[in-house]
Design a protein around this ligand. Structure first.
Ligand code: TXA
Ligand code: MG
Length: 320
């Protein structure tokens, strides 16, 4: 079953049923070593899932739940390890989307947990509309129900904060999202560190992820016109995503284009739908104007950098 959240759509399964969890891994094509986030109803008891709920977690839960913040805690012993990809930690979050909340309140009387990865094939762009989920899985009979809750408000996946080693390492930011490191520091008084080699594995932290089928390249604003002109001269078909005015670029230089918003929340909201729609142009390359680099843009830049990873070196090839 797929359902909407305020970040992206998820593929849900009973977190305490290893067979249901295995079915989600199979449908998504995800390696079983990658842990899933457990979604909880509003007011649910995080301590049921975790060996201990540190003070930092309590404060962040009070400040940001329901909302797009996932906390990694040490897993309680009675929680099956399948949902955690065999790790000794557990990811928990309480989504704010009213349809997700209604689902979670109804499931086991609000006392259960719904394990849900983003409802896309492993490595592909996350879905932010019910239609995207159907586009991912076609009429695969294993996905009987897709709850339609409209376009996801936030548009990129939740911020993931590792608190499983907080006593020794402090808080560690595993995946940036709309709740920023500074927002977290405002609540707990400590700036989270960037993920290190000892941090728990997170598939969203693989170098290549969130990618459309068409290769993506990131190009600084000042090089956009030149790159598009050179691609055109070599007969390459480009689809373009940008937010600054594209001066001196004739329409004939691209197959498709999308003008993106210039604020980070609005850009995030549209990002995945934009990548999907440009993918449909079947261009040789999607040229994305590099967004601003400020802290508010960390989530957007992280996703675009990963979407572009497989195409590193491609621009030189296309322009050779
Ligand atoms: O916004 C979101 O978080 C969405 C919606 C559906 O809630 N879900 C999502 O799930 O993005 P997924 O599976 O695509 O990404 C979850 C990330 C993965 O990178 C996973 O490895 C990490 O969370 N994660 C989950 N549990 C973890 C754990 N115990 N330790 C480390 N990382 C964990
Ligand atoms: Mg995902």
């Amino acid at each position: 079953m797929a359902f909407p959240t305020e970040t992206v759509y998820g593929l849900g399964a009973d977190a305490e049923n290893p067979d249901a969890v295995a079915a989600v891994y199979a449908l998504k094509g995800r390696p079983s070593g990658h842990p899933l986030i457990v979604h909880l109803a509003q007011g649910a008891d995080a301590s049921y899932w975790a060996e201990a709920v540190p003070d930092e977690a309590k404060r962040l839960i009070a400040a940001f739940w329901p909302g797009p913040l996932t906390l990694i805690l040490r897993r309680a012993e009675h929680i099956p390890s399948a949902v955690a990809g065999g790790q000794s930690t557990i990811g928990v979050r309480c989504p704010s989307h009213p349809v997700a909340q209604a689902l979670l309140a109804a499931f086991k009387g609000g006392k259960g947990g719904v394990a849900a990865p983003s409802a896309n094939v492993f490595g592909h762009v996350s879905p932010t509309q019910a239609r995207h989920v159907r586009d991912e899985f076609g009429d695969d009979s294993r996905l009987a129900v897709v709850l339609d809750g409209g376009q996801s408000e936030v548009g990129i996946e939740s911020t993931i904060l590792d608190l499983s080693r907080v006593e020794t390492q402090g808080p560690v930011l595993l995946r940036p999202g709309s709740i920023s490191a500074a927002d977290i520091a405002d609540v707990i008084g400590v700036m989270p560190a960037k993920a290190d080699a000892a941090a728990p594995r997170a598939s969203g932290t693989l170098e290549s992820h969130y990618a459309p089928h068409t290769p993506v390249v990131l190009v600084p604003a000042f090089e956009m016109a030149g790159v598009l002109a050179r691609l055109k001269a070599r007969g390459r078909r480009a689809a373009v995503m940008y937010y600054s005015p594209l001066l001196d670029v004739p329409d004939a230089f691209f197959l498709a284009r999308l003008v993106m918003p210039s604020s980070a929340p609005d850009y995030s909201h549209e990002l995945y739908a934009a990548l999907r729609s440009l993918d449909e142009a079947l261009a040789d390359v999607i040229v994305v104007e590099r967004p601003p680099q400020g802290a508010a843009w960390d989530g957007v830049n992280d996703r675009l950098r990963r979407a572009a990873h497989d195409a590193s070196g491609l621009l030189e090839e296309l322009l050779a």
